[in-house]
Design a protein around this ligand. Structure first.
Ligand code: ADP
Ligand code: MG
Length: 249
């Protein structure tokens, strides 16, 4: 079943077309990697689908419904998650509170200032928080203030925040950037577990080609805003257009 599709998806920033007429189809429980040189439009594509940016043109259909132009929290509530950037971690809150806020946001809409007063709901989301923290092996850091975590743990916290929104589809934008080899291995395992154990459809942006070729069912290749190739790891490995894009063509 097709879970996500885009048609003619386009984003102009002034004179620059960051995403140009992109058509993609993602099947349920697929693990997709999006690759391409810096500036290819990978992050912009994710920002469009998750509602962080409004498209200039085109349509985005999730689970049979157009989500084009919806707000990020509406898209989150439909089951589309993302592993947030470090900038969106609340640095002075504990690991637990950061993940609880994500759980709460997915169930009850936008984060509200009343969050900490709603004690019953707070208790209600804690199990999901603990499941998410267990998945990224951060249970022991549950009471640690987010800002004092080492860099790799912060990245894992982002993944837990993404999982806590209870997504059917999750976007991960370079989750292993800056991680040690051990943390990278753990994250790679987690990405595979998300699909196999949690049944989550995954769209991953990743620079490390070893990871991409190891975990992906299919790979989408972008260059200068356009989708230039898509296919299985074997298809992509031998594709001359892909070689040319990476060699600066
Ligand atoms: P990637 O993630 O593949 O490295 P991006 O999607 O971040 O690429 O960027 C694609 C292009 O769009 C780049 O040329 C980048 O400079 C530009 N771009 C991204 N975001 C903005 C923005 N908010 N305003 C203007 N230009 C942007
Ligand atoms: Mg990017």
């Amino acid at each position: 079943m097709t879970l996500l599709k885009t048609r003619n998806l386009t984003k102009d920033f002034g004179g620059l077309t960051a995403v140009e007429e992109v058509d993609i189809d993602v099947q349920q429980e697929e693990l997709i990697s999006v690759i391409g040189p810096n500036g290819a439009g990978k992050s912009t594509l994710i920002n469009l689908i998750t509602g962080m940016l409004a498209p200039t043109d085109g349509d985005i259909v999730y689970d049979g419904t157009s989500i084009t132009g919806l707000d990020p929290h509406e898209i989150t509530q439909l089951g589309v998650g993302r592993s947030f950037q470090t900038a969106s971690i609340f640095p002075e809150l504990s690991v637990r509170d950061n993940v609880d806020i994500a759980s709460f946001a997915s169930r009850h809409g936008e984060f509200s200032v009343n969050f900490f007063r709603r004690q019953e709901r707070y208790d209600g989301v804690s199990q999901r928080t603990m499941d998410a923290l267990e998945a990224v092996d951060l249970v022991e850091e549950v009471d640690t203030v987010a800002n004092s975590l080492p860099y790799g743990d912060k990245r894992r916290l982002e993944v837990a925040i993404g999982l806590a929104t209870d997504p059917d589809l999750i976007f991960m934008d370079e989750p292993t950037a800056g991680m040690s080899p051990a943390e990278t291995n753990m994250t790679t395992d987690l990405i595979e577990d998300m699909r196999t154990d949690w049944g989550i459809t995954v769209v991953l942006v990743e620079h490390d080609m070893d990871i991409v070729f190891e975990v992906s069912d299919r790979i989408f290749v972008m260059n200068r805003g356009s989708l230039i190739a898509s296919g299985s790891p074997d298809d992509i490995r031998g594709n001359p257009d892909v070689q040319a894009a990476y060699l600066g063509g």
